[in-house]
Design a protein around this ligand. Sequence first.
Ligand code: SAH
Length: 398
Amino acid sequence: MNKEINLKVKQKYVKDYKANFPLISKESILNGKDLIDEGTIIKLVDERNNFIGKGYYGKQNKGLGWILSFKENEKISPQFFEDKIKQAINDRHQFYHNPDTTAFRVFNGEGDGIGGLTIDYFDGFYLITWYSEGIFQFKDWVIQAIENTAKFKGIYQKKRFDTKGQYIEEDDFVMGERGQFPIIVKENGVNFAIYLNDGAMVGVFLDQREIRKLIRDKYAYEKSVLNTFSYTGAFSVFAAVGGASKTTSVDLANRSLDKTKEQFLVNGIDPTTQSIIVEDVFHYFKYAVKKNLLFDMVILDPPSFARSKKHTFSAEKDYKNLLKEAITITENNGVIVASTNCSTFGMSKFKGFIDTAFKELGGQYKLMEEFSLPTDFKTTKQFKEGNYLKVVFIRKVK
Ligand code: SAH
């Protein structure tokens, strides 16, 4: 970590970096891309060696690393990391003091000043996610910063830097006390069973907090709800708590059955009163059409990219058709919640998919409300791709 290497930026990219674009992209760099050790502190310079910014080298699918400072005299040091983490924790002050919600994001990568690193809070436990080997080289600084700033029960970590950003399977415990999993966290008064030591995903995606609340408080009452790509059924649980007449959760992963039952149980809901189906969503749509099933509410939250035995789904290519399937089995005046975490397109393109889907079916709709990331998932204007979440509530009018 003591070495400092200069990376030269191609002239046509200098302008972007001068506007504080934080990601070091492969195509923008002239020299030495493959010979640099992960975690090396690098200085970006233009072709005449004028300073642009400094950061660290860490290959992830998004690029070669992140710029941490645009000030030439700022030192990338343990103190630098501690200042960023302290600031992030201060910014979440209100979250720490809300007994109804005990799980939230504490540090959101480049939005909080250090790309490639996120930290989540689960009722006293911190979960650090490292998105490159490069950022992992700063492990001691990050952990020291958390120790100096916050009280905690224990710290866990996820390494997401195998080829293509895959999670590396291992015991994720770092320090402190080990959790007795599942630990039960709260989100707006609803319980979630969380496992910090059981694979890449912990049981809930915290970025959908506002959507779950809205479904419970405003949309679910006495409605039949179909939750597709349901994972642990978090949307279904909120719908059920909100008085849905029935929820149906569909996910193709075998684990989703027990995980969804568990989420109902920890909220005192008998899972046998709900429907939990392990199946390919696209297969389920065909079944629903054949059986003339119609739902008052259909929730769509697919991964950006997924491959099942029969299907390859890519949000960018296939979301429109997914919507058409959903529209077909939604009651008139019913609501579709369309969500995507795909960072390769923005809200206006997403709304375009919605419009085309309805047009192609000769249907009409009304956009009810739309959402992006909640405030704890802090983003920066300089990196639009970081603001990946798009959720739209759509009423099918005809
Ligand atoms: N909506 C969920 C998160 C979805 S994660 C929530 O809010 O918690 C994506 C899920 O899609 C995974 O659980 C994965 O198993 C599932 N999945 C991917 N392709 C699928 C398909 N073709 N049919 C059904 N489920 C699928």
